[in-house]
Design a protein around this ligand. Structure first.
Ligand code: PLP
Length: 423
């Protein structure tokens, strides 16, 4: 093995906390679209897309060109939260192409550049605005690993690493958690209306319209609508965490749009910059924007390079419906193919679920299967991850720009990997 492809450096010096390097143990060197190239020249098809960061593919030339031009003209790279032309252009474009067409009156809060930063800010401002501390979050939720977001996250693997108690969150069952035909919101409503329930009136409910890390669980349109009604009637703020499900991933800009609801707060990160550069924001209704100037600050709240590529992404992909039309066509192909895999293996009891290009093949009957298929697929040149409390769900998260040919090729690798693992 050439030195460039050797992983010893990471084994020797990188913390034990490293994760994805263990599932995909090669040194990646370059990438374009849905193809990753390792230092030893091997090519991999990408069905992971940086866990939802690369909705427009790796190194999309539209963004690279704009970034190079900006760098060459000495555009501002770092400006705290001062006004810059890159930020102004992003806000104006976001207002024109995202907020206005959806009738959203939300303001934009730029937070530190990770998703967890956006979640922290949303939880803090919800508590400030209501004067209440409790927040409702759902089973299998994932909201990031800083302490506020972690308290709202379900998975014990992450919770055990907190080191302190994770307070001020009440856990309730997500849609479908108790099986078909049970509306889990009956419990929430009953508890809110019963002064003996022990549930303190929450400041907010935080929810993902489609749970990504939790195993690709899709909340029904009716459930989300009912959640909006329940919260609105009681002055509880509704936070939609769109960090993974947003920016076209489910076939609409925001996943909550399928339900036609308007959240009070929306957390946005991952694919918003388009290029993969870190960037996060919270959208908040004007009446929730109770911050005092500088009350939630941070050095890296103005990644101007990210603003440049984020603006270009909106202009290129969101001026009309051509992009989402294409995503929805590929979604149909993905769903049909996955269902065919499930139908061809009835003894496995696979369940197919998802929206847009965010799909899961749940292998609950044999929770180790998804991990084994992922490892075998990697050996065959496909990067595909697992999710769910037991990593029991094979997670399909390709770039939204993937070609139908590449999508079909990747699905064929999954089929072959499944057969090889079963043999
Ligand atoms: N919220 C959701 C729904 C996520 O999927 C993630 C990350 O996967 C986060 C929050 C946390 O984002 P980050 O890892 O950038 O802190």
């Amino acid at each position: 093995m050439s030195d460039a492809a050797n992983l010893d450096t990471f084994d020797r010096r990188e913390s034990e906390v490293r994760g994805y390097i263990r599932s995909f143990p090669v040194v990646f060197d370059s990438a374009r679209g849905s193809t990753l190239i390792a230092a030893d020249g091997r090519e991999f098809l990408d069905f992971f897309a940086g866990a939802g960061v690369l909705n427009y593919g790796h190194n999309n030339p539209l963004f690279t060109r704009a970034l190079i031009e900006y760098l060459e003209r000495d555009g501002i790279i770092h400006g705290l939260d001062m006004a810059t032309s890159a930020k102004k252009a992003f806000i104006e474009t976001f207002e024109r192409l995202v907020l206005a067409p959806r009738g959203l009156d939300h303001k934009l809060q730029f937070t530190g550049p990770t998703g967890a930063n956006a979640v922290e800010a949303a939880l803090k401002v919800a508590r400030l605005a209501t004067g209440r501390s409790n927040v409702v979050a759902f089973t299998n939720a994932f909201h990031g690993l800083s302490l506020g977001g972690l308290a709202a996250t379900g998975n014990s693997h992450y919770r055990e690493a907190a080191g302190i108690s994770l307070d001020n969150v009440t856990r309730l069952p997500y849609d479908g958690y108790l099986g078909e035909g049970i509306d889990t919101l009956d419990l929430f409503r009953r508890m809110l209306d019963d002064s003996g329930s022990g549930l303190d009136l929450p400041a907010a409910v935080i929810v993902e319209a489609v749970q990504g890390e939790g195993g690709i669980n899709v909340a029904s349109v009716e459930w989300l609508q009912r959640l909006r009604e329940i919260t609105e009637a009681r002055g509880i703020l509704l936070i939609l965490d769109e960090i993974q499900s947003g920016i076209g991933r489910t076939g609409k800009f925001f996943a909550f749009e399928h339900a036609g609801i308007v959240p009070d707060l929306i957390t946005v990160s991952k694919s918003i910059s388009g290029s993969g550069l870190p960037m996060s924001l919270v959208l908040l209704r004007p009446e929730v924007d109770v911050w005092k100037p500088g009350a939630h600050t941070g050095t890296f709240r103005g990644n101007n390079l990210a603003f440049v590529s984020a603006r270009v992404a909106l202009e290129e992909y969101w001026a009309d419906s051509a992009f989402t039309d294409a995503v929805n066509a590929k979604s149909e192909l993905l769903r049909t193919e996955l269902q065919a895999i499930a139908d061809a293996n009835p003894e496995r009891g696979f369940v197919v679920r998802g929206r847009g290009l965010m799909y899961g093949l749940a292998c609950d009957a044999d929770p180790t299967l998804a991990g084994r298929v992922s490892a075998e697929a990697f050996r065959r040149g496909l990067v595909i991850e697992t999710s769910g409390a037991f990593d029991q769900v094979l997670k399909f998260l390709p770039a939204l720009t993937i070609s139908e040919e590449a999508l079909t090729r990747g699905l064929q690798i999954v089929r072959e990997s499944l057969a090889a693992v079963a043999a």
